[in-house]
Design a protein around this ligand. Structure first.
Ligand code: SF4
Length: 507
């Protein structure tokens, strides 16, 4: 089975993106979410400019970002002004090893992705690499373009050819098709038509470029390692290579760094006449980012502890112990326990060794899955009233099993507390979510959902509590997207309105 491939030649014509055929049979074995009951970030980005061993640093950075995508990884290196790619299906450790190292170079751009099974073909693995009139360009994207289908149609009518089904190639082709004088101008030009979420890193023959969409839905940070610029989705990827976090890439910013270190920055808006409010994904803080990352001046673990403290303020009941659902509920449970004065106990243990089961996800196996991953320590919960903390409820299929495990272990009361507002709407900005009809908080009111879960009580954090934990109020001046919780989408959803698929299809 071949699931890795080199891509040493750029596409020859029409700005088409150079992609190669791969073998996607291995996708199922990397999917450890057999219930489909979690939210999944779709991408992570790491880029480093002009330094020795750049590809090795990039591989390390991608390791630190592995939580942002486990199904495919790619890396483009630059050596003597030429770009070469290696991509494969699977985790970083599987694709890059001593036997299959990344291409050598003094600059590197890496990308991780998660995708739905039908969308996992090798042609969609990033970074995309193509020959354009700006020379060779490699592009890595985190986010989701909400009008990609319409733009794709328009570009096809102009004679452009597509090699993949993803929205990233729509961005690439739109940039390549621009008549602007420079790549940076072409990105600014493309931004006038793109809608939705895009954090981008690009590598060219002479430059590294980073860009965030004007709303700034997805994170992207700038770091420095011995003078070399580093761009990454999260600061945890800077920490792993010993790079300093210099600042966040700003919403709407195009930052271009040449191979001799010269930098140019500009801010673009979605149109020339509108001011676009910042709308960073609140769920990055609730769930997606690694706890040891920081963004917008906020440390992720500290925000999660405040979410737990707010949850205590809003919905405490008499209890004996606070137990998190590992690993997602851990920091909120720490915050809840500190605010309540109750003991914190790791009453549920998560096995980190079950890996993927290589088993078809039939109904029978799905119900076994949680027992493979989670087990209860009876000594922590026997005879006790338990506050059970998780970050969110998606389909609601896992929580009843956890509650049943706790009862079997002797817990006398179980009060489920969720450290985010109810997740009622799909995300269209780069998070893979089930359809609205599959979301538990959309289907059921709190009382009915609690009955289905089997808890003694159930409470979610309020939107106001979420904003207090983020250090602000949910007013006009807010800096966060909360569309999956409030239903207020910050952008037009043009593909959706045109009856074209959005969200999980593109990316
Ligand atoms: S809809 Fe939800 S998950 Fe998507 S960007 Fe907004 S807050 Fe994040």
């Amino acid at each position: 089975m071949r699931d890795e491939f080199d891509d040493n030649t750029a596409a020859e014509s029409g700005g088409a993106v150079a992609v190669s055929e791969g073998d996607d049979n291995s996708v199922a074995e990397f999917n450890d979410d057999s219930d489909g009951d979690t939210l999944r970030e779709e991408c992570g980005i790491f880029a480093i400019n002009e330094t020795d061993a750049a590809p090795d640093f990039a591989v390390l950075g991608l390791h630190a970002l592995q939580h942002r995508g486990q199904e495919a990884v790619g890396l483009v290196s630059r050596l003597d002004g030429r770009l070469r790619a290696r991509r494969g299906l699977g985790t970083v450790g599987r694709v890059f090893s001593n036997d299959s190292p990344p291409p050598r170079g003094r600059a590197a751009l890496g990308h991780l992705r998660y995708s739905t099974a039908g969308d996992a073909e090798a042609a969609n693995i990033q970074p995309l690499l193509g020959e354009t009139r700006f020379g060779q360009v490699a592009m890595a994207h985190n986010g989701n373009i909400t009008n990609a289908g319409l733009l794709r149609r328009a570009l096809l009518e102009r004679g452009m050819r597509f090699a993949s089904s993803g929205d990233t190639e729509v961005v690439f082709q739109r940039v390549a098709a621009s008549r602007a004088a420079s790549l940076e101008d072409a990105l600014a030009d493309a931004a006038t038509e793109l809608q939705g979420a895009w954090s981008l890193a690009l590598l060219t023959e002479r430059r590294m470029v980073a860009m965030r969409d004007p709303h700034g839905f997805r994170p992207l940070v700038l770091g420095r390692l011995n003078g070399a610029a580093v761009v990454a989705s999260e600061t945890c990827a800077l920490d792993i290579i010993g790079a300093e976090h210099e600042r966040d890439i700003r919403p709407g910013e195009i930052l271009s760094i040449s191979d001799d270190g010269g930098e140019e920055s500009r801010i673009v808006a979605a149109t020339e006449t509108t001011t676009v409010p910042e709308r960073f994904c609140a769920f990055e803080f609730i769930y997606f980012m690694r706890p040891n990352s920081a963004f917008m001046g906020l440390e992720v673990s500290a925000v999660r502890e405040r979410l737990g403290a707010e949850l205590f303020e809003e919905s405490h009941v008499a209890a004996d112990v606070v137990v998190p659902v590992p690993d997602s509920g851990v920091h909120s449970a720490v915050g809840y326990a500190a605010a309540s004065g109750l003991p914190y106990s790791q009453g549920i243990l998560r096995s980190h060794y079950t890996g993927r089961t290589f088993i078809e996800p039939t109904e029978k196996i799905r119900h076994l899955g949680v027992k493979l991953k989670l087990s209860v320590n009876p000594a922590s919960v026997r005879g006790r009233r338990v506050i059970l903390i998780d970050d969110s409820i998606v389909r609601g299929t896992t929580m009843p099993k956890i509650v049943a495990l706790l009862r079997r272990a002797g817990a006398v009361e179980i009060h489920v507390r969720v450290a985010s507002p109810p997740f009622r709407r799909p995300c269209h900005y780069g998070i893979d979510t089930p359809s609205r009809d599959e979301l538990a908080a959309h289907r059921f009111g709190e009382g009915e959902l609690n009955e289905r879960i089997g808890g003694d009580s159930l409470s979610f954090l309020s939107l106001e509590g979420l904003y207090r934990a983020l250090g602000g109020e949910r007013g006009e001046g807010r800096r966060f997207c909360d569309a999956c919780m409030s239903g207020e989408y910050p952008t037009v959803l043009a593909d959706l309105e045109a009856g074209l698929p959005v969200g999980r299809i593109h990316n």
